[in-house]
Ligand binder design. Structure first.
Ligand SMILES: *Cc1c(COP(=O)(O)O)cnc(C)c1O
Length: 245
């Protein structure tokens, strides 16, 4: 596609997403400044990151290191440097070093082993982390034993305290808050309400953990109404992704 055409397409999408965010903030009695829009660029080329940055986006999200690391490098080579990279996908411990090299914020910390890997990888630099909360864990408990776990990741709400203590104990990791994905086929409103409770309880012990990363293209209004501070939006900005990825 002609770069100018692609850019105007993204600009139009961005304007529409902005209008949705502003309307959701109005409805919730919140200020737009409380919300950070993270543009999720997975499966799209680095040139889309450049368009987004040209249009004023600074926060960009990726969910696989195999794709993110070369994209970050391409952006840097091309001088697209004013980007804060957010890692939002399930993270294997053997990718911790690579991700800690470029991530401004890791949204998907969900087990003690990963905390240890990130703490080792981050070396001296403080790496900011969110605890990914699994909001479907109760529903999963009632499923037939042996049925596969959904691939979305996260710790059950009851395990957040222990993981928070692990992150807090690591000198070079900063505990910034929580992240969740609404359960597939579930009720986003009750899920994000539950996340708000988890976030509030976490802040009672860790007052700096103020980030609530929730809401995607389909449910960003619901997330804003339940206190989200970070929205992770892909499809509504960049279009639908190829099915196989
Ligand atoms: C892909 C992805 C998003 C963006 O989803 P859209 O529905 O395309 O907006 C948000 N969060 C995570 C963790 C993702 O993997």
């Amino acid at each position: 596609m002609n770069p100018d055409t692609r850019r105007s397409q993204i600009e139009e999408n961005l304007n529409a997403v902005e209008q949705r965010i502003v309307a959701a903030c109005d409805a919730a009695g919140r200020s737009r400044e409380e919300i950070t829009l993270v543009a999720v660029t997975k499966s799209f080329p680095w040139t889309d990151v450049r368009h987004l940055v040209d249009l004023g986006i600074r926060d960009v999200g990726e969910n696989r290191d195999q794709e993110a690391a070369p994209k970050v490098a391409e952006c840097e080579r091309a001088g697209v440097s004013d980007v804060r990279w957010h890692f939002v996908g399930q993270l294997q411990t053997n990718k911790a070093r690579s991700v800690s090299g470029y991530a401004h914020l890791v949204h998907s910390v969900d087990r003690a082993r990963l905390v240890r890997a990130l703490a080792t990888a981050a070396a001296a630099r403080p790496l900011r982390c969110l605890i990914q909360v699994d909001l479907a864990s109760e529903r999963r408990d009632v499923r037939a034993p042996g049925s596969p776990a959904p691939p979305r990741g996260g710790v059950p709400p009851a395990a957040v305290g222990d993981l928070a203590a692990d992150i807090d104990a690591a000198e070079n990791l900063l505990l910034d808050g929580v992240m969740a994905v609404a359960p597939l086929g579930g009720d986003a409103s009750s899920a994000f309400a539950k996340l708000a409770v988890v976030a509030r309880e976490l802040r009672a012990s860790y007052p700096d953990a103020v980030i609530v990363s929730a809401g995607m293209s389909g449910d960003l209004e619901v997330a804003v109404s339940h206190g989200a501070t970070h929205l992770r939006v892909g499809t509504a900005l960049l279009g639908s992704r190829p099915l196989l990825r």
